[in-house]
Ligand binder design. Structure first.
Ligand code: DX5
Ligand code: ZN
Length: 225
């Protein structure tokens, strides 16, 4: 399974966003992680469709949208049209409709002409049993390694065991579902979380510091990507 680094632009300097995106691309990152917060599902508010559209015009990187919003089904089409390549939503944000939202993400192909990847996410206190039933239909499962809502937090160590258990399940079922981790990833723990079974790794503050190019290269080398 391919190891992928997904720099989270939440930690970027928005005065220099285009330049910093070019730097992580030059460093070899294949994905850009795009955190959408609504101030309800999580306490903070970040950015949305207009920002994604501007980025889409300028980059060929895979736009990995992470929707931290209530009732995410309301915005799937909007983000597909704005240029997302993958959309991940939280099972806690609409547990009854999770299966339909995965279908909705896949069916945006009719709208945009391209197949979007569908991801489903669990917060640190939600057991992976809440999403195992979707592992075959989703393309990716995002295991949050911090409470969603803010960048720059410390990874919660117990979440590493969730990644390990999920990887064991996916392998035992013979699935090729990606496992993404998000929050508190640094040069000191990226190899460990990768070894535990995560192959798509989000990093915000560890990338967008005073040297996004060098930090991207370093993190990629630590996961052999
Ligand atoms: C947190 C966001 C993350 C955040 C990670 O709710 O989903 O993507 O940007 O930031 P770091 O890597 O700084 O913990
Ligand atoms: Zn995120």
């Amino acid at each position: 399974m391919k190891n992928i680094l997904a720099p989270s632009i939440l930690a970027a300097d928005f005065n220099h966003l285009g330049k910093q995106i070019a730097q992580v691309r030059e460093g070899g990152a294949p994905y850009l992680h795009f955190d959408v917060m609504d101030g309800i599902f999580v306490p903070s508010i970040s950015f949305g469709m207009p920002v994604m559209k501007s980025i889409r015009k300028e980059t060929d990187l895979f736009i990995d949208a992470h929707l931290m919003i209530e009732k995410p089904g309301r915005y799937i089409e909007e983000f597909a049209k704005s240029g997302a390549d993958g959309i991940t939503f939280h099972v806690e944000a609409d547990p009854e409709n999770a299966a339909d939202i995965i279908k909705q993400i896949h069916s945006t192909k009719a709208l945009t002409g391209k197949s979007l990847r569908a991801g489903i996410s669990v917060k640190p206190n939600t057991p992976i049993s809440a999403i195992l039933g979707y592992a075959a239909d989703a393309d990716m499962i995002l295991v949050m390694t911090v409470e969603p809502g803010f960048g720059g937090q410390k990874l919660i160590p117990e979440t590493v065991d969730k990644v390990r258990a999920l990887r064991a399940f996916i392998d035992a079922e013979g699935l090729d579902t990606d496992i993404e981790v998000d929050g508190g990833i640094t040069a000191d723990n990226i190899a460990e979380i990768n070894k535990a079974g995560a192959n798509v790794i989000v990093a915000g503050s560890a990338v967008f510091n005073d040297d996004p190019l060098g930090s991207t290269k370093k993190l990629l080398s630590l996961i052999g990507a």
